[in-house]
Design a protein. Structure first.
Length: 120
């Protein structure tokens, strides 16, 4: 019987080098790593979380635990590792829920990259 070959195996060059990807080079920096997550407060109290997936609630609680000054994405991911129950990388889960956190009004996300800070 013939051996079934996957598309990835067929695309690999015969010289043993890895195939080129179309992913942009980030220079070793995770995209969005300069983001600052800040819990939103109204009248001195945190905005109510409301109906939200359990993983998103864990993220909001971690941001709140960091204090009113906020927490950088890289540190948030590090703090959630082992706490957030997931089979996927924690950074991917945080990225997935970013839009929901902003639209719910519970967390504000500011771009704190050096280029943005220099422009301000």
């Amino acid at each position: 019987m013939a051996k079934k070959e996957t598309k990835a195996a067929a695309a690999a060059p015969a010289n043993g080098t890895a195939p080129a990807t179309n992913a942009p080079a980030t220079g070793g920096v995770e995209r969005g790593s300069g983001d600052l997550f800040v819990r939103v407060y109204k009248d001195g109290k945190p905005v109510e979380i409301g109906k939200m997936p359990p993983q998103a609630k864990v993220i909001v609680n971690a941001v709140e635990a960091a204090g009113k000054t906020g927490i950088k994405r890289a540190e948030l991911v590090k703090n959630l590792t082992g706490v957030l129950v997931t089979r996927q990388p924690v950074g991917r889960i945080v990225s997935y829920y970013t839009k929901l956190l902003k639209s719910s009004g519970t967390v504000e996300i500011k771009d704190e990259t050096p280029a943005a800070a220099a422009a301000a």
